[in-house]
Design a protein. Structure first.
Length: 213
């Protein structure tokens, strides 16, 4: 990051990646399976929050094309611009989910696909807790991460410098349950992004529900 660049690290990273990120991860069948799991459970016209919405593909487009009301939030101006043009049926907002005001019980579902990895563990826990409060009772959450025991590890991702914090699989599931979610299904996959600067990585998808009572 340049010395005069005070944007969030995730904004710097994903502004630089742009459409390359979409191209690298577009073939993830596990991600699409997760979206199908969610679609099978949603009522028509559900209101969905897509956290770290990126270019809008595949998440926002899949959900919007199915007739749902999608609000995407991303910290990267480049990603918000791309998503707004690629998925005109959804609404995208530039903002940091750690600070964005969220109304309680406002959404039928929340998607958080790999958008916590540039946050500290305390921030990840706080964000998931906030998102559960934003879910209506009985609402669904799809959470995905790279399930490795890492804390503030410096590296490179698709050729860009990055600092990553994550949880081992069991600890990430515990984070979800501690925030008030019931984990209904847990899916593991290994995915090789289509990019010369990326390496195969483990993926964990948690399919969850907020208690209805």
């Amino acid at each position: 990051m340049a010395e005069d660049d005070h944007r969030a690290p995730a904004a710097v990273l994903f502004d630089a990646l742009g459409l390359d990120y979409e191209k690298a991860f577009a073939a993830s069948e596990a991600h699409r399976d997760s979206l199908r799991w969610l679609l099978d459970r949603l009522d028509p016209g559900s209101r969905i929050l897509d956290v770290g919405s990126g270019t809008g593909l595949p998440t926002a487009r899949t959900l919007s094309d199915a007739g749902h009301e999608v609000l995407g939030v991303d910290v990267s101006p480049v990603m918000v611009d791309l998503a707004s043009r690629q998925v005109p049926g959804a609404v995208f907002r530039l903002g940091d989910i750690r600070e964005l005001p969220l109304e309680n019980d406002a959404f039928d579902a929340v998607c958080v696909y790999f958008s916590l990895l540039q946050m500290s563990r305390a921030e990840q826990s706080a964000v998931v807790t906030r998102l559960v409060r934003a879910l209506r009772p009985g609402g669904y959450a799809a959470l995905a991460t790279v399930p490795l025991d890492l804390e503030a590890v410096e590296g490179r991702f698709m050729g860009q410098p990055v600092r990553v914090t994550s949880f081992a699989a069991g600890d990430f599931a515990a984070l979800a349950t501690g925030a008030g979610l019931t984990v209904l299904a847990e899916e593991h996959a290994v995915f090789a992004p289509a990019h010369p600067g990326a390496v195969p990585e483990p993926h964990l998808f948690l399919h969850c529900r907020r208690a209805s009572g």
